[in-house]
Design a protein around this ligand. Structure first.
Ligand code: NI
Length: 129
């Protein structure tokens, strides 16, 4: 068991739209990402997805409404529901979802990350990978 500190983890990388796995439990992955700008509309066929904003303001657009998340807010997007995250400013985001969940869901494009990097709590002082 090693404790992890989110602030420290977020300070160890700069790239956007590149989720990193920071923990794994019960078949679920805890991922963190920095995002800026618009993502793609997508849904996840069989995975619910939890969004938790660590820093910044995130807008999650749905076909019928938009939900604004500020620091400390979280939201579960149920499987099958189309969504598009939009960050007008840089957002530090934590995601909780089943291992293997693709960031772009049913869509495959340049934003798709098939093998998210992994962080271990003790290896956050380097460049990250
Ligand atoms: Ni999604």
């Amino acid at each position: 068991m090693e404790k992890a500190n989110l602030t420290q983890l977020f300070s160890s990388f700069d790239d956007h739209w590149s989720p990193k796995i920071v923990a794994e439990l019960n078949g679920q992955h805890v991922k963190i990402a920095k995002i800026l700008g618009e993502f793609v509309w997508h849904h996840h066929e069989s995975e619910d997805e939890l969004f938790l904003v660590h820093r910044g303001r995130l807008r999650i657009e749905f076909r019928d409404r938009t939900v604004e998340l500020k620091e400390g807010d979280m939201l579960v997007v149920p499987r099958g529901v189309e969504h598009r995250p939009v960050a007008d400013e840089e957002v530090e985001l934590l995601l909780f979802e089943p291992a293997g969940t693709l960031n772009t869901g049913n869509v495959s494009n340049e934003r798709t990350v098939r093998e998210p990097g992994r962080f271990s709590p003790t290896a956050t002082t380097g460049t990250g990978s």
